[in-house]
Design a protein around this ligand. Sequence first.
Ligand SMILES: Nc1ncnc2c1ncn2[C@@H]1O[C@H](COP(=O)(O)OP(=O)(O)OP(=O)(O)O)[C@@H](O)[C@H]1O
Length: 247
Amino acid sequence: MDLTDPDADLPVPLPLRVQALSVGFAGRAVLDGLDVTARRGEITAVLGPNGAGKTTLVRCCTGLVRPDGGRISVLGGPPGDRRSSARVGLMPQSTGAWSGIRAGELLRYLAGLYATPQDLGLLVAELRLEPLLRTPYRRLSGGQQQAVNLAAALVGRPELVFLDEPTAGMDPHARRATWSLLERLRSAGVTVVLTTHAMEEAAALADQVFILDRGRVAVAGTVAELTRDGQSLEDVFLAHTSLPAGA
Ligand SMILES: Nc1ncnc2c1ncn2[C@@H]1O[C@H](COP(=O)(O)OP(=O)(O)OP(=O)(O)O)[C@@H](O)[C@H]1O
Protein backbone atom coordinates (compact mmCIF):
# COMPACT_ATOMS: atom_id res chain seq x y z
CA MET A 1 0.00 0.00 0.00
CA ASP A 2 1.29 3.45 -0.96
CA LEU A 3 0.92 5.83 1.99
CA THR A 4 3.04 8.65 0.57
CA ASP A 5 1.58 12.13 0.68
CA PRO A 6 -0.68 12.54 -2.36
CA ASP A 7 -1.00 16.28 -1.62
CA ALA A 8 2.67 17.11 -1.67
CA ASP A 9 2.21 19.16 -4.85
CA LEU A 10 -0.71 21.21 -3.50
CA PRO A 11 0.11 24.71 -2.11
CA VAL A 12 -1.98 24.08 1.02
CA PRO A 13 -2.43 20.34 1.57
CA LEU A 14 -5.82 19.15 2.72
CA PRO A 15 -5.72 18.06 6.37
CA LEU A 16 -7.32 14.78 5.32
CA ARG A 17 -7.37 13.09 1.96
CA VAL A 18 -8.56 9.51 1.57
CA GLN A 19 -8.35 8.00 -1.89
CA ALA A 20 -9.64 4.63 -3.14
CA LEU A 21 -9.49 3.19 0.36
CA SER A 22 -10.22 -0.50 0.63
CA VAL A 23 -10.44 -2.66 3.75
CA GLY A 24 -11.68 -6.21 4.07
CA PHE A 25 -12.28 -8.34 7.12
CA ALA A 26 -12.23 -12.12 6.75
CA GLY A 27 -12.45 -11.81 2.99
CA ARG A 28 -15.43 -9.43 3.05
CA ALA A 29 -14.99 -5.92 1.64
CA VAL A 30 -15.97 -3.29 4.23
CA LEU A 31 -14.47 -0.25 2.50
CA ASP A 32 -14.39 -0.56 -1.25
CA GLY A 33 -12.77 2.35 -3.07
CA LEU A 34 -13.71 5.10 -0.60
CA ASP A 35 -12.81 8.74 -1.33
CA VAL A 36 -13.21 11.34 1.43
CA THR A 37 -11.58 14.70 2.02
CA ALA A 38 -11.75 17.27 4.80
CA ARG A 39 -10.85 20.93 4.45
CA ARG A 40 -9.07 23.03 7.04
CA GLY A 41 -11.37 24.77 9.52
CA GLU A 42 -14.44 22.88 8.36
CA ILE A 43 -16.71 20.27 9.89
CA THR A 44 -17.01 17.20 7.70
CA ALA A 45 -19.78 14.74 8.54
CA VAL A 46 -19.64 11.09 7.52
CA LEU A 47 -23.05 9.43 7.50
CA GLY A 48 -24.07 5.90 6.63
CA PRO A 49 -26.21 2.98 7.80
CA ASN A 50 -24.99 0.65 10.54
CA GLY A 51 -22.03 -1.30 9.25
CA ALA A 52 -21.38 1.07 6.31
CA GLY A 53 -17.74 1.44 7.38
CA LYS A 54 -17.67 4.82 9.20
CA THR A 55 -15.73 3.60 12.23
CA THR A 56 -13.42 1.58 10.00
CA LEU A 57 -12.66 4.78 8.07
CA VAL A 58 -11.86 6.64 11.31
CA ARG A 59 -9.69 3.76 12.50
CA CYS A 60 -7.77 3.74 9.21
CA CYS A 61 -7.22 7.50 9.41
CA THR A 62 -5.82 7.24 12.92
CA GLY A 63 -3.54 4.30 12.18
CA LEU A 64 -5.55 1.73 14.13
CA VAL A 65 -6.48 -0.34 11.07
CA ARG A 66 -4.10 -0.95 8.20
CA PRO A 67 -5.96 -0.73 4.90
CA ASP A 68 -5.60 -3.23 2.10
CA GLY A 69 -5.36 -0.54 -0.55
CA GLY A 70 -5.67 3.15 -1.33
CA ARG A 71 -3.97 6.24 0.02
CA ILE A 72 -4.49 8.31 3.16
CA SER A 73 -2.88 11.64 3.94
CA VAL A 74 -3.34 12.99 7.48
CA LEU A 75 -1.82 16.44 8.00
CA GLY A 76 0.47 15.70 5.08
CA GLY A 77 1.73 12.35 6.34
CA PRO A 78 0.66 8.76 6.74
CA PRO A 79 -1.98 7.88 9.36
CA GLY A 80 -0.59 7.24 12.83
CA ASP A 81 2.66 9.06 11.97
CA ARG A 82 4.50 9.87 15.21
CA ARG A 83 5.51 13.27 13.82
CA SER A 84 1.88 14.41 13.57
CA SER A 85 0.07 12.25 16.12
CA ALA A 86 0.12 14.99 18.79
CA ARG A 87 -1.74 17.24 16.31
CA VAL A 88 -4.50 14.70 15.71
CA GLY A 89 -7.32 14.00 18.18
CA LEU A 90 -9.57 10.95 18.33
CA MET A 91 -12.81 10.35 20.16
CA PRO A 92 -13.56 6.67 19.62
CA GLN A 93 -17.08 5.29 19.80
CA SER A 94 -16.30 3.63 23.10
CA THR A 95 -13.26 3.19 25.26
CA GLY A 96 -12.77 0.66 28.02
CA ALA A 97 -9.37 2.08 28.81
CA TRP A 98 -10.11 4.42 31.70
CA SER A 99 -12.10 2.37 34.24
CA GLY A 100 -11.27 3.49 37.81
CA ILE A 101 -9.58 6.85 37.18
CA ARG A 102 -11.60 9.94 38.14
CA ALA A 103 -12.68 12.09 35.20
CA GLY A 104 -10.70 15.11 36.46
CA GLU A 105 -7.53 13.05 37.02
CA LEU A 106 -7.87 11.58 33.57
CA LEU A 107 -8.11 14.97 31.89
CA ARG A 108 -5.23 16.40 33.93
CA TYR A 109 -3.11 13.34 33.09
CA LEU A 110 -3.85 13.67 29.37
CA ALA A 111 -3.18 17.42 29.45
CA GLY A 112 0.24 16.67 30.96
CA LEU A 113 1.20 14.70 27.85
CA TYR A 114 1.13 17.82 25.66
CA ALA A 115 3.43 20.84 25.48
CA THR A 116 0.57 23.34 25.06
CA PRO A 117 -2.65 21.63 26.16
CA GLN A 118 -6.10 23.13 25.90
CA ASP A 119 -7.20 25.20 28.88
CA LEU A 120 -8.90 22.49 30.97
CA GLY A 121 -11.08 24.99 32.80
CA LEU A 122 -12.52 26.14 29.49
CA LEU A 123 -13.22 22.60 28.28
CA VAL A 124 -14.78 21.66 31.61
CA ALA A 125 -17.02 24.73 31.51
CA GLU A 126 -18.04 24.26 27.88
CA LEU A 127 -18.94 20.60 28.33
CA ARG A 128 -20.35 21.14 31.85
CA LEU A 129 -18.06 18.52 33.34
CA GLU A 130 -17.51 20.22 36.71
CA PRO A 131 -19.91 17.93 38.66
CA LEU A 132 -18.29 14.84 37.13
CA LEU A 133 -14.63 15.52 37.82
CA ARG A 134 -14.40 13.48 41.03
CA THR A 135 -16.37 10.52 39.68
CA PRO A 136 -14.49 7.40 38.54
CA TYR A 137 -14.86 7.05 34.80
CA ARG A 138 -16.64 3.68 34.99
CA ARG A 139 -19.37 5.16 37.24
CA LEU A 140 -20.28 7.86 34.74
CA SER A 141 -23.40 7.37 32.65
CA GLY A 142 -23.01 6.66 28.95
CA GLY A 143 -23.66 10.26 27.94
CA GLN A 144 -21.33 11.56 30.67
CA GLN A 145 -18.58 9.24 29.45
CA GLN A 146 -19.13 10.62 25.95
CA ALA A 147 -18.60 14.17 27.20
CA VAL A 148 -15.39 13.15 29.01
CA ASN A 149 -14.21 11.26 25.90
CA LEU A 150 -14.81 14.39 23.86
CA ALA A 151 -12.79 16.50 26.28
CA ALA A 152 -10.06 13.84 26.19
CA ALA A 153 -9.92 14.06 22.39
CA LEU A 154 -9.56 17.84 22.50
CA VAL A 155 -7.23 18.33 25.44
CA GLY A 156 -4.12 18.20 23.23
CA ARG A 157 -5.41 21.11 21.13
CA PRO A 158 -5.51 19.05 17.91
CA GLU A 159 -5.48 20.63 14.44
CA LEU A 160 -7.52 17.70 13.12
CA VAL A 161 -9.95 15.74 15.25
CA PHE A 162 -11.91 12.58 14.47
CA LEU A 163 -15.12 12.20 16.48
CA ASP A 164 -16.93 8.86 16.13
CA GLU A 165 -20.59 9.52 16.97
CA PRO A 166 -19.70 12.22 19.51
CA THR A 167 -23.24 12.95 20.68
CA ALA A 168 -24.59 9.39 20.76
CA GLY A 169 -26.29 8.94 24.14
CA MET A 170 -26.11 12.65 25.06
CA ASP A 171 -29.20 14.50 26.27
CA PRO A 172 -30.26 17.64 24.37
CA HIS A 173 -28.37 19.95 26.81
CA ALA A 174 -25.11 18.05 26.36
CA ARG A 175 -25.68 17.76 22.63
CA ARG A 176 -26.18 21.52 22.22
CA ALA A 177 -23.10 22.19 24.37
CA THR A 178 -21.14 19.85 22.12
CA TRP A 179 -22.40 21.57 18.98
CA SER A 180 -21.36 24.97 20.38
CA LEU A 181 -17.93 23.60 21.19
CA LEU A 182 -17.54 22.18 17.69
CA GLU A 183 -18.54 25.52 16.20
CA ARG A 184 -15.91 27.25 18.35
CA LEU A 185 -13.28 24.77 17.18
CA ARG A 186 -14.21 25.43 13.57
CA SER A 187 -13.89 29.19 14.13
CA ALA A 188 -10.43 28.54 15.56
CA GLY A 189 -9.42 26.74 12.34
CA VAL A 190 -9.62 23.18 13.67
CA THR A 191 -10.61 20.53 11.13
CA VAL A 192 -13.36 18.28 12.50
CA VAL A 193 -14.36 14.94 10.99
CA LEU A 194 -17.37 13.39 12.69
CA THR A 195 -19.56 10.38 12.13
CA THR A 196 -23.18 10.55 13.14
CA HIS A 197 -26.59 8.98 12.72
CA ALA A 198 -28.25 12.27 13.70
CA MET A 199 -29.34 13.98 10.52
CA GLU A 200 -30.17 17.22 12.35
CA GLU A 201 -26.64 17.24 13.72
CA ALA A 202 -25.11 16.95 10.26
CA ALA A 203 -27.55 19.52 8.90
CA ALA A 204 -26.80 21.97 11.73
CA LEU A 205 -23.02 21.64 11.75
CA ALA A 206 -21.50 20.18 8.63
CA ASP A 207 -19.78 22.14 5.89
CA GLN A 208 -19.40 18.94 3.87
CA VAL A 209 -21.37 15.70 4.12
CA PHE A 210 -20.31 12.27 2.83
CA ILE A 211 -23.01 9.60 2.83
CA LEU A 212 -21.52 6.11 2.75
CA ASP A 213 -23.20 3.00 1.53
CA ARG A 214 -21.60 -0.44 1.37
CA GLY A 215 -18.10 0.90 1.82
CA ARG A 216 -18.28 3.64 -0.82
CA VAL A 217 -19.40 7.25 -0.98
CA ALA A 218 -22.97 7.17 -2.30
CA VAL A 219 -23.31 10.95 -2.44
CA ALA A 220 -21.44 13.96 -1.08
CA GLY A 221 -21.73 17.72 -0.96
CA THR A 222 -22.78 20.60 1.22
CA VAL A 223 -26.11 20.27 3.02
CA ALA A 224 -27.51 22.94 0.67
CA GLU A 225 -26.36 20.98 -2.39
CA LEU A 226 -27.71 17.67 -1.11
CA THR A 227 -31.10 19.12 -0.13
CA ARG A 228 -31.48 21.44 -3.09
CA ASP A 229 -34.58 19.58 -4.40
CA GLY A 230 -36.44 20.37 -1.21
CA GLN A 231 -35.71 16.98 0.35
CA SER A 232 -34.53 16.71 3.92
CA LEU A 233 -31.09 15.30 4.60
CA GLU A 234 -32.82 12.18 5.94
CA ASP A 235 -34.71 11.80 2.64
CA VAL A 236 -31.40 12.02 0.77
CA PHE A 237 -29.85 9.49 3.16
CA LEU A 238 -32.73 7.04 2.68
CA ALA A 239 -32.68 7.45 -1.10
CA HIS A 240 -28.95 6.76 -1.42
CA THR A 241 -28.39 4.01 1.12
CA SER A 242 -29.52 0.42 1.46
CA LEU A 243 -30.75 -1.45 4.49
CA PRO A 244 -27.86 -2.71 6.61
CA ALA A 245 -27.00 -6.37 6.02
CA GLY A 246 -29.08 -8.56 8.30
CA ALA A 247 -31.75 -5.89 8.86
N1 LIG B 1 -11.99 -5.86 13.47
C1 LIG B 1 -13.02 -6.30 12.72
N2 LIG B 1 -13.09 -7.60 12.35
C2 LIG B 1 -14.08 -8.06 11.57
N3 LIG B 1 -15.10 -7.30 11.10
C3 LIG B 1 -15.08 -5.99 11.45
C4 LIG B 1 -14.05 -5.42 12.27
N4 LIG B 1 -14.31 -4.10 12.43
C5 LIG B 1 -15.44 -3.86 11.75
N5 LIG B 1 -15.91 -4.98 11.17
C6 LIG B 1 -17.10 -5.08 10.32
O1 LIG B 1 -17.00 -4.09 9.34
C7 LIG B 1 -18.28 -3.54 9.03
C8 LIG B 1 -18.24 -2.03 9.19
O2 LIG B 1 -18.09 -1.73 10.56
P1 LIG B 1 -17.98 -0.22 11.08
O3 LIG B 1 -17.88 -0.30 12.56
O4 LIG B 1 -16.92 0.46 10.33
O5 LIG B 1 -19.39 0.34 10.63
P2 LIG B 1 -20.10 1.72 11.03
O6 LIG B 1 -20.51 2.37 9.76
O7 LIG B 1 -19.23 2.51 11.93
O8 LIG B 1 -21.38 1.17 11.80
P3 LIG B 1 -22.26 1.80 13.00
O9 LIG B 1 -23.05 2.92 12.41
O10 LIG B 1 -23.14 0.67 13.40
O11 LIG B 1 -21.32 2.23 14.09
C9 LIG B 1 -19.28 -4.24 9.98
O12 LIG B 1 -19.90 -5.27 9.26
C10 LIG B 1 -18.39 -4.80 11.07
O13 LIG B 1 -18.93 -5.98 11.60
